[in-house]
Ligand binder design. Structure first.
Ligand SMILES: [Zn+2]
Length: 253
């Protein structure tokens, strides 16, 4: 009833149903049958509005089953050296990192970076897939931190999948699913090997989650420095702070 009292007028207007016989302070006095029918109409109208407003990032997040491998401070605790990396996984999943192509589209950096990577110079936009899978600037880091594990994991998960897209590969690397399959040993574990000790060095994490966290924690700050140097010298009002827009969001999902 509290929800009805506070929300009914707002949802009635949003749903474009002013003909409903609710008054903000009078609907509670309707005959029960009439009240029930009107409420059902209103709830269905609300669902319709909510469904129409679902954004593609949310749809991708849900479709990738990231919720099965949630990363929150409750599930991971504090991981020395890798908290930033875990936060970056969360933000990458949510589409909350401003890659160069988006900064170029919004005129924060030169328009050429809509189709070129500012880090490696390749003629393709810098986005999550590019950074995770291909950017030549980070080749050495990728080989050290991900390469063997990444190749083996993707090969196993994508066995039988014809021409998997980069997006599918990236979803898997971030702990998501494709066709119900996900990377084994991706979920967060502080240690998996019996002799790993209580405090394994962050450079050699044992689960996929921490491998990706270590990679992103190294790559993202380094590429942010490159991007900062490219910021278009326009009026301060039209210039985004790349550091703030790409580095200062919540670590929890
Ligand atoms: Zn690149």
């Amino acid at each position: 009833m509290r929800w009805l009292r506070t929300q009914i007028g707002r949802h009635r207007r949003r749903a474009g149903m002013p003909h409903l016989v609710f008054d903000d302070d009078g609907w509670e006095r309707l005959p029960p049958k009439q009240m029930a029918q009107s409420l059902i109409q209103l709830v269905w109208a609300r669902e319709k509005v909510l469904k129409a407003n679902v954004n593609p990032t949310f749809t991708k997040y849900v479709g990738s089953a990231f919720v099965k491998n949630r990363l929150t401070s409750m599930t991971t605790g504090s991981v020395p050296m890798l908290n930033q990396g875990l936060s970056l996984i969360v933000r990458a999943r949510a589409g909350a990192i401003w890659w160069a192509f988006k900064l170029a589209l919004t005129r924060k950096i030169h328009a050429r970076y809509r189709t070129a990577c500012p880090c490696c110079g390749a003629s393709e936009p810098e986005n999550l897939d590019h950074v995770m899978l291909r950017c030549a600037k980070w080749n050495d880091l990728r080989v050290i931190m991900l390469e063997g594990w990444m190749t083996d994991s993707l090969t196993r998960c994508l066995d039988g999948v014809e021409n998997p897209t980069d997006t599918i590969k990236t979803i898997l690397l971030l702990g998501g699913e494709h066709n119900g399959r996900s990377i084994r040993r991706w979920p967060f574990h502080w240690r998996l090997e019996p002799n790993a000790g209580e405090n394994p060095p962050p450079g050699a994490p044992e689960c996929g989650c921490l491998r990706v966290a270590a990679y992103l924690a190294t790559v993202i700050p380094a590429r942010a420095a490159i991007i900062r140097a490219l910021r278009t010298p326009v009026g301060a009002a039209g210039r985004a702070d790349v550091t703030n827009s790409s580095e200062s969001q919540s670590s929890d999902e």
